[in-house]
Design a protein around this ligand. Structure first.
Ligand code: PLP
Length: 410
């Protein structure tokens, strides 16, 4: 179908050879969290079996080796998103923590009552709640960019929304609609209005070659677990001068240069933001995930997802016509492989349970995007999401299995 040899890729993911309810596991929930290939599992296993020690502390060989691998992971992440320097990558627990880091440090140091943060209607709660919290605490004002009937961002009033704003905080790819927001022009308009730009790239970085400098963003947040890496580690990229000016986030451990009875001095960036023992093996696992994706080629990853998304959208509509409503753009160039849908009004949780009988894993619910669900007029949707280990056969199983719900629920 495309440049990816999915048959071979599937064999790299041990979990995909499992059976569920006597059926082949068909994993279509990668937007929630992806599966992990053998090189990632092996890399983490090797850390624990071979040279595990805490980082930045011991001066013995295995501690130095582990520290070197942790810092090499930072360089790999930096190259993966085309950061100017590894010191611009702060390791966090996940994208949520990366966004909260910006809200707790940069925003609390810079935003006052009445200051404006612009968000969109398609944000994940991770990029909504921290700003609501700041609104309650500080009286900052939130403005919202709506979306059009075709599920693309409605930028017709953008300049009005950005007037006087201090921050545009926006998703690069919606985890519900799949919509890809074209960040570079949005960032240009935000900067022209004097606002900084935070990109929630949690759904984007795993699927599309990412260039934070081409975006000309100021902060970019993402998680490892959605890009074939482990849970427990994420990253914040930020321009170095911003990181240097920002106050630290959490206190303790290696985030200090000095501590005395009467005060303390922060470490240099990025360590200033990395308090306490960090996710060490997870960083090495993340590096292995990046190596894996780079070996596939991010262009090929994107091409594969566009082709498979086209196939899935067409198959679902051809088979079910007006029985299925898909919430997301039709043009695969403007969207990722996240397919949210309503099937004949059957509750998504019921649907998900029926699909589970066929070994198919999909997500059902509000997808941590309740403002967006309200705009759609839906309490919940079913969501199938595609990644490098999915192929047409997986989509066919999903499409066939949906009809099983008819007998039970209609
Ligand atoms: C668009 C988006 N932003 C943020 C998050 C939060 O990611 P995490 O749970 O890894 O912090 C998610 C997770 O689903 C997401 O899809």
């Amino acid at each position: 179908m495309t440049g990816l040899d999915v048959g071979t890729i599937k064999r790299d993911f041990p979990i995909l050879s499992r059976e569920i309810n006597g059926k082949r596991l068909v994993y279509l929930d990668s937007a929630s969290s992806s599966q992990k290939p053998i090189p990632v599992l092996d890399a983490m296993d090797r850390v624990y079996r071979d040279h595990y020690a805490n980082i930045h502390r011991g001066v013995y060989a295995i501690a130095e080796q582990t520290t070197a691998e942790y810092e090499e992971a930072r360089r790999k992440v930096a190259r993966f998103v085309n950061a100017a320097d590894a010191s611009e990558i702060v390791f966090t627990r996940n994208a949520t923590e990366s966004i909260n880091l910006v809200a707790y440090t940069w925003a609390r140091a810079n935003l006052r009552e009445g200051d404006v943060v612009v968000l969109s209607h398609m944000e994940h709660h991770a990029n909504v709640v921290p700003w609501h919290m700041l609104a309650s605490e500080r009286g900052i004002q939130l403005r919202w960019i709506p979306f059009r009937a075709d599920f693309t961002l409605d930028t017709s009033n953008l300049d009005e929304l950005l007037a006087g704003a201090k921050l545009l905080a926006i998703s690069a790819m919606s985890n519900v609609l799949g919509t890809i927001n074209d960040i570079a022009p949005l960032a240009a308009r935000a900067h022209a209005a004097g606002a900084l730009v935070l990109v929630d790239a949690c759904q984007y970085v795993p699927h599309v070659a990412t260039d934070v400098r081409a975006w000309d963003a100021d902060f970019v947040a993402f998680s490892a677990h959605k890009l074939l890496g482990p849970s427990g580690i994420g990253a914040l990229w930020a321009r170095r001068e911003l990181l240097e000016a920002m106050p630290p986030f959490l206190g303790g451990g290696e985030m200090i240069r000095d501590v005395r009875l009467d005060g303390w001095l922060p470490n240099e960036v990025p360590w200033k933001f990395e308090a306490g023992t960090m996710p060490i093996a997870e960083a090495v696992g993340l590096a292995a995930a990046i190596d894996y994706l780079n070996a596939l080629g991010m262009e090929a990853v994107r091409d594969h997802e566009m082709a498979l998304t086209r196939y899935a959208l067409d198959r679902l509509r051809d088979r079910y016509g007006s029985g299925i409503t898909i919430f997301g753009p039709d043009d695969v160039h403007a969207r990722g492989g996240v397919i949210s849908f309503d099937y004949k009004g059957i509750h998504p949780h019921d649907l998900s349970q029926v699909l589970d009988q066929r070994g198919v894993c999909i997500r059902a619910g509000h997808h941590c995007a309740k403002p967006l669900m309200r705009r759609l007029g839906m309490a919940a949707t079913a969501r199938a999401s595609l990644y490098v280990y999915n192929d047409e056969a997986d989509v066919d199983v999903l499409v066939d299995a949906l009809s099983m719900a008819d007998e039970l629920f209609l």
